[in-house]
Design a protein around this ligand. Structure first.
Ligand code: PNS
Length: 170
């Protein structure tokens, strides 16, 4: 059986920090299923379908990465997909408490599921989808933070939503 891991998240949108974790995870796991959370309670910038499509645009030629939407309990999704590992990125101490709680709750729900924490490359250790959205909304450069095709999507989105948009040309 393949060594399958699930990498769950909101991915609203996927950043180069996420990509870094997935790419390095592929050296350890035979297959990574990127699990995009469909949460009716949250109001993401991008629809679930769009978030899945954006991740697929990066991994269209990578047969060991599969992208799926999920709702409900993560451990159920992992079980359905025959994955015993959950990958999570751990950037700083501030991430730790939440991640620790989630890992222990998942363990309580299913003792066979292990959480595998990965530390991002230093150059992405400050990066988050939330900050990417804020920088974009305020007209800052996203170069090096997200894939170019996703940068286009996010700029368009802010234009469409007529959110504060003050991007300099060039
Ligand atoms: O990118 P995020 O928003 O930090 O990802 C959070 C995510 C999707 C990993 C988390 O919210 C999750 O696993 N949601 C599924 C619901 C669940 O299983 N809850 C119980 C375990 S904490």
């Amino acid at each position: 059986m393949k060594n399958i891991a699930v990498y769950p998240g909101s991915f609203d949108p996927i950043t180069n920090g996420h990509v870094d974790i997935i790419n390095r995870g592929l050296r350890i796991f035979e297959k990574i299923i990127v699990a995009v959370l469909e949460n009716p309670k949250k109001k993401p910038l991008f629809s679930t379908k769009k978030r899945v499509a954006m991740i697929n645009s990066i991994y269209q030629n990578e047969k060991n990465v599969e992208v799926k939407a999920f709702e409900g309990l993560l451990i159920e999704f992992a079980k359905e997909n025959k994955a015993k590992i959950v990958i999570r990125g751990l950037r700083a101490i501030s991430d730790f408490e939440y991640e620790f709680q989630m890992a222990l709750m998942n363990k309580k729900l299913d003792s066979k599921i292990e959480t595998f924490f990965m530390v991002p490359s230093l150059k992405y250790s400050f990066l988050s989808s939330k900050l990417v959205k804020e920088v974009c909304m305020l007209g800052g450069s996203l170069t090096g933070l997200i894939a170019p095709q996703i940068e286009k999507n996010i700029i368009e989105k802010f234009k469409k939503n007529k959110k504060t948009y003050n991007r300099k040309k060039g």
